[in-house]
Design a binder for this molecule. Structure first.
Ligand code: ZN
Length: 138
């Protein structure tokens, strides 16, 4: 009687945001950044390209993997020490956020991946350390 076709509202090709998570483009797990249409520089939360001052920026979605560039521990205004890190993403832009785990356990050069794009309290990205069981290559 009822022939359900296989076309279950899955986003067609072209919507890169829906490839892994069919949920929504507004997913809080997506970290989006801007890329300059003129020189290709990737940046985060800018209105103008820091390199060429171009204003034609395209929004892209980050893969969510990066490397810690700087990490510090903040004790101010918080009951527990909080880690604040600058993370350089694979796409080339740097975001300020928090890396989960013991604050003193975060070091420059550590690889991290995005856990939440927007912390419900501070609205900043939260990362987690990428476990590297195979350090043999280092
Ligand atoms: Zn530019």
């Amino acid at each position: 009687m009822y022939h359900h076709s296989a076309s279950v509202s899955y986003p067609a090709a072209g919507s890169a945001a829906g490839v892994l998570e069919p949920a929504a483009a507004d997913s809080p797990d997506a970290l989006v950044f801007q890329r300059c249409a003129w020189c290709g520089t990737a940046m985060f939360h800018r209105l103008l390209c820091p390199v060429c001052q171009g204003s034609e920026l395209r929004t892209e979605r980050s893969e969510g993997v990066g490397t810690v560039r700087h990490s510090s521990v903040v004790h101010r205004n918080t009951p527990a020490a909080r880690n604040v890190s600058l993370v350089e993403m694979a796409e080339g832009f740097v975001v300020r956020g928090r890396v989960m785990g013991p604050p003193i356990g975060i070091h420059s050069g550590d690889r991290v991946c995005l856990s939440t794009a927007k912390d419900p309290v501070r609205g900043e990205p939260v990362f987690q350390l990428v476990d590297e069981p195979y350090r043999a290559w280092a």
